[in-house]
Design a protein around this ligand. Structure first.
Ligand code: NI
Length: 167
C-alpha cells in the first residue's frame, strides 16, 4: 500500500468532475486500499478519489471511534435526501479550516462495493454529512463553496499563504 498526495485547496484539479468506474478491477481495489491508508494516516474520516488526483467516482469513509469500520462507495448515488442538519466540517484538502455547513440529515445512497456488488446505505447525522461532503468532491465541489464569498476569499488567501511558506 502507499500514501497518496492529497490536493490542497484552491488547486483547480479539485473542481474536476469524476467519471464513473466502469469495472471494479484489482487496480480499483488497490486504489481504494491506498485511499483508506491515506485517510487513516492524515487522519481523516473521509476521502474522495478526486482529492488524490484520480478522477473516478470512488470514496472511502470511516467515522468509527476505533477506525475499524471502513466503507468504500464506488459510483455512489444519492437516491433520497430529507431533513436538515448542521455540522462543523473540515476537509483534508482544506487543512485547519472548520466551518458550519447545513446538509440533509438523512440520505439513502446506492453504490458498488470493492467486489463490484450493488448495495444501498441509509445514513443519518454525521454519516449523512460525510457522504454528501465526499460525493460533492466527485462533482468538483469543495465544502468551502457553501460559505459566503468573503469567507471563501479569506480561506483561499490563508491557504495560499501557508502553501507558499511551506514550499
Ligand atoms: Ni473533503
Amino acid at each position: 500500500m502507499a500514501l497518496l498526495k492529497i490536493l490542497q485547496y484552491p488547486d483547480r484539479r479539485l473542481h474536476t468532475l469524476a467519471q464513473p468506474v466502469t469495472e471494479v478491477t484489482e487496480a480499483i481495489r488497490r486504489l481504494a486500499a491506498d485511499m483508506a491508508e491515506t485517510m487513516y494516516a492524515a487522519p481523516g474520516v473521509g476521502l474522495a478519489a478526486t482529492q488524490v488526483d484520480r478522477h473516478i467516482r470512488m470514496i472511502v469513509i470511516d467515522i468509527s471511534e476505533e477506525k475499524n469500520d471502513l466503507m468504500v462507495f464506488i459510483n455512489p448515488q444519492i437516491l433520497e435526501r430529507d431533513g436538515e442538519i448542521t455540522h462543523e466540517e473540515g476537509c483534508l484538502s482544506v487543512p485547519g479550516i472548520y466551518e458550519k455547513v447545513s446538509r440533509a440529515e438523512h440520505v439513502k445512497v446506492s453504490a458498488q462495493n470493492v467486489e463490484g456488488q450493488l448495495f444501498e446505505q441509509e445514513a443519518h447525522g454525521l454519516l449523512a454529512t460525510c457522504l454528501q461532503h465526499e460525493i460533492d468532491h466527485l462533482n468538483g465541489r469543495v465544502f468551502v463553496e457553501y460559505l459566503s464569498r468573503l469567507k471563501q476569499d479569506r480561506i483561499r488567501n490563508k491557504l495560499l499563504k501557508q502553501q507558499r511558506e511551506t514550499m
